[in-house]
Write a protein that binds this ligand. Structure first.
Ligand SMILES: Cc1cc2nc3c(=O)[nH]c(=O)nc-3n(C[C@H](O)[C@H](O)[C@H](O)COP(=O)(O)O)c2cc1C
Length: 188
């Protein structure tokens, strides 16, 4: 059986030095937006990333869960493209995640939760100080819904590679009825 995750794992081990990927989302306005993001984890269930709630990607994904990701290893003669849907972690999972984060990060979540825009760099430390004092007698910082965690469940992979002989090879894996099919294209 064709398994794109096995191929991905081989390449990732060899080439991923940065732990990041680029993701594209498209909201109701049909306008694609692209940005880099840290890849937190991946396995055969999908590709996990975390972000703040007040970002465009979260708004887009609430309107349209379709997502595309790119691992750009071009200088090493490889790229991997992934398409699929992004599934948001449940509130229960987010509560556990919040509890597992260091205290300083939990305080930052409170400090920056209500602000889309902070225009004075000095305000960052002022807000952190305010919430550090507010919670100084709390052993446990209460939960706040600040982060979002998504798993990209892929239904398509493209592995592009330049061969030592100079030709290019594209391997397209598509998921249909839970089975991956593979099409290979060579280019010169
Ligand atoms: C290498 C790199 C890694 C990044 N990792 C994250 C990340 O893990 N989470 C995140 O929300 N933003 C991350 N960013 C910032 C995003 O690219 C982006 O600017 C921000 O999330 C706002 O995106 P938006 O278009 O959804 O509003 C990263 C940027 C770079 C350059």
């Amino acid at each position: 059986m064709h398994d794109p995750f096995i191929k991905f794992k081989e390449l990732f081990k060899q080439y991923n030095q940065f732990g990041k990927m680029a993701i594209t989302t498209v909201g109701k306005n049909n306008k694609p937006t692209l940005r880099n993001i840290a890849l937190k984890h991946y396995d055969e269930n999908g590709f996990i990333f975390a972000t703040k709630r007040n970002t465009i990607k979260v708004k887009n994904l609430s309107e349209n869960p379709n997502i595309a990701a790119l691992f750009d290893w071009f200088n090493k003669k490889h790229q991997v493209r992934i398409e699929g849907v992004a599934i948001e972690a449940s509130e229960d999972e987010m509560r556990k995640n919040f509890a597992s984060r260091p205290r300083e990060k939990q305080i930052k979540a409170w400090a920056f939760n209500q602000f889309d825009k902070i225009e004075d760099i000095k305000e960052l430390d002022e807000k952190i100080l305010f919430f550090t004092n507010k919670f100084k007698d709390h052993d446990v910082i209460p939960y706040i819904n600040y982060w979002a965690i998504y798993t990209i469940i892929p239904n398509y992979f493209e592995f592009w590679g330049r061969l030592d002989s100079g030709e290019c090879k594209r391997e397209h894996y598509s998921l249909k009825n839970n089975i991956w099919s593979l099409d290979i294209y060579y280019e010169k």
